[in-house]
Design a protein around this ligand. Structure first.
Ligand SMILES: [Zn+2]
Length: 502
């Protein structure tokens, strides 16, 4: 009698608790959805893009300060440290301080035999090499096409030209353009900026002009006695002036024939850089986790990440990296805060990863994928956010094997966000052999399922890797909605009985 009475009471308690739990899950989900707030997210944007962080270049103390600020936020919300009790996965990262923008000048020969000097302006006509050696050089400019020496491909842009002590003029990428063609894989090693400066130096060049539209690029190897600049169309046109050639025509010829078109331009330029190298720089990924509550499923992890670093300050040309990529960081922070403070239990673990040293060559994601904190087999997906803060619509792209996970975000958008959403994944495995240009590609090539979340219908012109990438070019309301979509989608993904994993 006594026993069964207790059982009945217990049963009633269990049933009512279960009912109130189910009720409160929806209520709690909605309550904390509302706490994802554009005003607070805007304050975070203002902090991360503040000048005091000096463009968040990987290796600098200023990057470490902003990394600590992010970790403090995670801690205050109850997101646990993921790296053996720490939020920081540290690694060495040398970097270059650029003291001023230096100079780029053309010594132009006039018809009367005299010479005048054209001085170009940064950042519109040229950009200081972000890892340039220091010094000044006056020398002839030699055009070397793509700057590639590939004996096994029977291709050498340096054949037949002497670049010793001279300034080479180099294009990005490679003559083979179809990155979906497996043949492209053979050209891949020669597409890296790092390779091109090393190859120029190996051939004796003392200066390196990169035809890259004059933008900040810290993803270039540092070579002490090589002076590097990125150039735009005006110096390029002046170098070709009177040669009877143009870069565009030469590239078209190289691309169709796979024959180099290198030549001495006869133009003399002065290039100057004022830099110093810091060999003992350190940087980090910042990683927090909400551990799963299910004894089995907690060993599976969903990772959402985006790079925290930006391209730094080139002698006063300060890039605050608002779109690229404070936007992705703040989207993730919005979701992380709501997930952690709601205390909605998650069966699987969810990891928040703020990646370091993306801009210097995807170093932080490479480091993580080489030594993941959860085995790859137990990682459901890596979801990347890079430049996700300018527009009125949302895009979610999955790799082939992540295609079965799109519905979590489609449903989250349908039920709570109601933005135009473009969500897709290829129907078959479609590898790309091009140079990796985002952290998602690093995870993808390491064998992880990946997704990339971005925006559609841009409202502002995106200023990429140049001064002006400031909060004035972001649309904070789409960021609020991306954070809300992440929040609902991640909770549902973490709690699903089964996942459709290819
Ligand atoms: Zn980026």
């Amino acid at each position: 009698m006594q026993v069964s009475k207790i059982m009945v009471i217990t049963l009633i308690i269990i049933i009512s608790t279960a009912t109130s739990c189910r009720m409160s899950h929806e209520e709690r989900l909605e309550k904390y959805l509302e706490t994802i707030d554009r005003h607070e997210m805007m304050e975070w944007m203002e902090t991360i893009t503040d000048e005091r962080y000096n463009g968040r270049l990987a290796g600098t103390p200023e990057y470490m300060e902003v990394a600590e600020w992010v970790a403090d936020k995670l801690e205050s919300w109850g997101v646990s440290p993921a790296v053996n009790g720490s939020y920081f996965q540290m690694f060495d990262q040398p970097y270059t301080v650029i003291h001023d923008v230096g100079a780029l000048k053309l010594h132009r020969k006039l018809p009367d035999g005299t010479t005048d000097i054209i001085s170009y302006q940064a950042p519109d006509q040229y950009y200081p090499g972000m890892n340039s050696g220091s010094g000044e050089l006056t020398a002839e400019v030699v055009y070397v096409g793509y700057g590639i020496t590939a004996p096994e491909l029977n291709y050498d842009d340096y054949a037949g030209v002497d670049v010793e002590g001279k300034i080479v003029l180099v294009n990005r990428d490679a003559p083979f353009r179809n990155t979906r063609d497996p043949e492209y894989a053979r050209w891949l090693p020669y597409c890296y900026h790092q390779y091109k400066v090393k190859n120029a130096h190996a051939h004796g060049a003392a200066g390196f002009l990169y035809i890259d539209g004059a933008s900040a690029n810290p993803n270039i190897a540092y070579i002490e006695d090589l002076i590097v600049k990125g150039i735009g169309s005006e110096p390029l046109n002046d170098i070709f002036d009177g040669t009877g050639k143009s870069n565009r025509e030469l590239l078209a010829g190289i691309n169709s024939s796979f024959r180099p078109a290198s030549f001495n331009t006869g133009k003399v330029m002065t290039i100057r850089a004022n830099t110093s190298r810091v060999e003992d720089g350190v940087t980090c990924n910042v990683i927090g986790i909400i551990e799963g509550t299910d004894p089995d499923l907690k060993h599976e992890v969903i990772i959402v990440g985006g790079h925290l670093d930006a391209v730094g300050n080139a002698g006063g040309l300060l890039v605050n990296g608002a779109i690229d990529n404070a936007s992705g960081v703040v989207d993730i922070m919005g979701a992380a805060k709501a997930m952690a403070t709601s205390r909605i239990p998650l069966r699987r673990s969810v990891m928040f990863m703020f990646i370091g040293a993306e801009e210097v060559g995807l170093v932080g994601s490479e480091l993580y994928t080489n030594a993941p904190l959860f085995p790859k087999e137990n990682t459901v997906v890596y979801i990347n956010l890079d430049m996700a803060g300018n527009g009125t619509g949302i895009s979610v792209r999955g790799s082939y094997r992540a295609g079965g996970l799109l519905d979590f975000f489609i449903d989250a958008n349908d039920n709570y966000v109601h933005r135009p959403l473009r969500a897709n994944a290829p129907e078959v495995e479609t590898p790309s052999y091009g140079r990796p240009r985002s952290d998602a590609v690093i995870f993808d090539r390491a064998g992880f399922r990946t997704m990339s979340v971005g925006t559609t219908n841009p409202v502002h012109r995106t200023i990429y890797h140049r001064p002006g990438d400031d909060i004035s070019t972001i649309t904070i309301d789409i960021m609020e909605d991306i954070a809300r979509m992440l929040y609902v989608g991640l909770i549902d993904m973490a709690n699903a009985d089964e996942l459709d994993l290819r």
